[in-house]
Design a protein around this ligand. Structure first.
Ligand code: NI
Length: 167
């Protein structure tokens, strides 16, 4: 297992669109294990392959406080959704920024698991928001891009200051 470097906003590689996985093989399972370790060590509740510069449709999520309920989504699709949620979101690619984004409150997602088996999952609340957030990454979208231009400018200014301080 390995901890992978996480791309930081506004890295342009975060805007690449991930390709569907043709076959869930050992290379995908290794990626899933590395992504899970990277997410747990960050620590975070979700990670998309895009964030570790792998442009394949793979997501890992674990919202449990005990870090023992890993969910893996390969080629995820939302097949139904309803309601409106405004859970505050954060992102490992935009450290220190938390804000609300308009999301569905309930979703039904269809995906493959790490064995390549198809499954459907109904999710609401934080899990539903997390899945929608990570699926956005696969489309090259970072949650701060939903925020107002003013908020986004402030975030970018802060990031540039941090980068200058880091040299
Ligand atoms: Ni994120």
């Amino acid at each position: 297992m390995a901890i992978l470097p996480i791309l930081l906003y506004p890295d342009p590689r975060l805007h690449r669109v991930a390709a569907p996985v043709a076959r869930v093989d050992d290379s995908i399972r290794t990626l899933v294990r590395d992504m899970a370790q990277t997410m747990y060590s960050a620590p975070g509740v979700g990670l998309a392959a895009t964030q570790v510069d792998v442009h394949k449709q793979v997501i890992v999520i674990d919202i449990s406080p005990t870090h023992d309920a890993l969910k893996v989504f390969v080629n995820p699709e939302i097949v139904a959704s309803r309601g409106a949620s405004d859970v505050e979101e954060g992102c490992l690619s935009v450290p220190g920024v938390y804000d609300k984004v308009a999301r569905a409150q309930w979703i039904r997602v269809r995906a493959l698991d790490a064995e390549g088996n198809a499954f459907e999952l109904d999710a609401d609340g934080l899990l539903a928001v997390c899945i929608q957030h990570e699926m956005d990454h696969l489309r090259g979208k970072v949650f701060v891009e939903y925020l107002s231009p003013l908020k986004r400018r402030r975030i970018l200014t802060r990031i540039r200051k941090q980068e200058r301080r880091a040299g």
